[in-house]
Write a protein that binds this ligand. Structure first.
Ligand code: M6R
Length: 589
């Protein structure tokens, strides 16, 4: 949900800003813009479109000056127009601001400011430069003005401001939206994500809620009373080239192919920590897993694993609904929050509430130093490197791997479990090779179909949901996943001649019943696509999956469904990495 960047250094800012924005584009790609300070002026270019398009029509690279800020937008308030693109300015165009988040009380602030200030956009953001202008006109320094302005704002934000009156600095602050500072000998950055500047430096500091950073020749951190605070830089171990396509056409394909490696890397955990967490789960009176989207589907698989391997029942609650259950959350509750980004606003909100009620919080996170990681009592990291494609793929299998590790530890079978888990990786690799062409053909064959249904039972039920989510997210095709047994309770009415029904039916104890449900769709004319180890007369098309133990099936059933969605997106002319209306990191509620 929007990416922000700021640069101060001994070379021109614009080329660094553009490069960094390219790395942040996964957060939003409705519009892009940058502003620099040079010769007592704010120089800026911004427009609608992906960064590449904006660079094609505006000379972003050529903006002069060694201090600048930049933005890629995912619209929340106001249409996708040039006026609503960031940066936003004060009346005199002496201050420029980029912002990620939502200013909830912007309407009240705007009404109060409108008697003295001229607004030119529909955004919530524009109140920020005008508030800073008020305070600076009254004699405040840029940092004092940013501090005072931020105290007026309700909601979540990370924003960075520059002013011609103090041309050598950027001041930035945050509340509930991520902000990280990076620095080397020659240049300093602030950004929504360290990926933005990782090619330059991996020495970072994460800002806490309410803190300010003043970036100039030196870097100063201030608390929310404006008093200096000492913060230490630490190194993140992600490599910048992990966030490049490395020859692939799309990140999504690269990331699907990285899945076996992602599983291997997820298994590299501290055993003592795993044991402590496993004991914590077993001893807790009430365990609730909370997550959104794909991470929630990983949690649904995790729930089966806890139950089947360790006899521990738990609930999975959508993070956006979790806060409404806070009456039942107390110090006897253990919350496991699952989020690859660690910044999803719905997850953070639910976890905050749970913590207020005394709950213990464990999390599974990919992004080191993310908000969720920092607010958790214990964290397991996915360790799979950055995932750039908006569709979650390798992070999903990494999350599953962590659930396997925890469940095996709870069952006191970690060594055997690890051995069996790692043995799945080459099977995934072989299966991708086997199915790749077939899935391209299948995507072609179904290219005129606009409704897909995915069914499965037991541990694969969540995979039906995930297959459908992938399909709708990147192909813009209506797709629904459900437990196979639910079909006849309503959805069957939608099956017509030729409707594709993807039947995930490995040969386990759910096989016969799932096949019976597939028959019910076939009798209504469905085009049945079966995922199984062996073909079956009822399948109109068959996607082979490797024969693995029932508990590991989700790892092998999900991959062909990711590929089917990928090829369907390409066949329909969609960009699988940047699906319309979506963004990778959902930092608004
Ligand atoms: O970063 P998170 O894991 O918290 O993100 C949760 C969802 O927004 C995410 O999984 C989303 O559903 C994916 N884009 C699906 O591919």
């Amino acid at each position: 949900m929007c990416g922000i960047i700021g640069y101060v250094g001994d070379e021109a800012a614009a080329p660094f800003l553009v490069k960094a924005l390219k790395n942040l584009e996964y957060r939003g790609y409705d519009s892009a813009g940058i502003a620099t300070i040079c010769n007592g002026k704010v120089c800026a270019e911004k427009d609608v479109g992906k960064l590449e398009q904006v660079c094609g029509t505006h000379d972003l690279h050529g903006l002069p000056g060694n201090v600048g800020i930049g933005h890629v937008r995912w619209a929340t308030h106001g249409d996708v127009t040039q006026a609503n693109a960031h940066p936003h300015f004060d009346c005199k165009r002496q201050i420029a601001v980029v912002h990620n988040g939502i200013v909830e009380n912007y309407q009240d602030l705007r009404t109060a400011l409108e008697c003295n200030h001229r607004f030119v956009s529909q955004t919530d953001t524009e109140v920020i430069p005008h508030l800073i202008e008020e305070y600076m006109d009254a004699g405040a320094s840029l940092e004092q003005a940013v501090l005072q302005a931020s105290k007026q704002l309700k909601g979540c934000y990370a924003f960075a401001a520059v002013s011609v009156k103090e041309p050598d600095k950027i001041v930035a602050t945050r509340r509930e939206s991520p902000l990280v500072v990076g620095s080397n000998a020659h240049r300093s950055f602030i950004a929504s994500d360290a990926l933005a500047f990782l090619e330059e430096t991996n020495r970072v500091v994460f800002l806490e809620d309410g803190e300010l950073v003043v970036l100039s020749k030196d870097i100063t951190f201030l608390d929310n009373d404006g008093k200096p605070v000492k913060k230490d830089f630490k190194e993140v171990d992600w490599k910048w080239d992990q966030a490049t396509k490395q020859g692939y056409d799309y990140f999504m394909m690269k990331e699907i192919l990285e899945e076996p490696q992602a599983i291997r890397r997820a298994t590299m955990q501290d055993r003592k920590l795993l044991l402590e967490m496993a004991i914590g789960i077993l001893r807790s009176k009430q365990v609730v897993i909370t997550a959104c989207g794909t991470s929630r589907f990983a949690a649904l698989v995790g729930r089966y694993l806890f139950s089947r391997l360790a006899g521990k029942f738990c609930d999975v609650i959508m993070a956006s609904e979790f806060q409404y259950f806070s009456d039942s959350v107390d110090r006897n509750t253990l919350v496991i929050a699952v989020s690859q980004s660690g910044e999803t606003a719905d997850v953070i909100q639910g976890v905050k509430r749970a913590k207020e009620n005394g709950a213990t919080v464990y999390s599974m996170v990919n992004t080191v130093g993310s908000s969720l990681a920092r607010m958790s009592d214990s964290v397991l990291y996915l360790n799979c490197g950055p995932e750039i494609g908006v569709a979650a793929t390798k992070t999903f299998v990494s999350q599953l791997a962590l659930f396997y590790l925890l469940s095996f530890t709870m069952a006191n079978k970690l060594d055997d479990g690890l051995h069996d888990l790692l043995a799945i990786c080459p099977k995934i690799e072989e299966n991708v090779t086997k199915n790749n062409k077939k899935l391209q053909i299948l995507a072609q064959k179904t290219r005129d179909k606009n409704d897909f249904y995915y069914i499965a039972r037991g541990i694969n039920f969540a995979i039906a949901l995930e297959g459908a989510l992938k399909m709708k997210e990147i192909s813009y095709v209506h797709a629904e996943g459900m437990p196979a047994g639910e079909l006849k309770h309503g959805t069957l009415a939608l099956i017509e001649r030729g409707t594709p029904v993807v039947v995930v039916c490995p040969n386990d104890y759910t096989y016969e019943e799932t096949i019976a449900n597939a028959h019910e769709t076939k009798a209504r004319g469905a085009f049945v696509i079966g995922l199984s180890e062996e073909t079956h007369p009822i399948f109109d098309d068959w996607v082979v999956i490797p024969d693995v133990d029932e508990i590991f099936q989700p790892l092998v059933t999900v991959v062909p469904l990711q590929l089917l969605a990928y090829y369907s997106a390409l066949t329909r002319g969609r960009d699988p990495d940047k699906p319309r209306n979506l963004a990778k990191s959902v930092t608004v509620k």
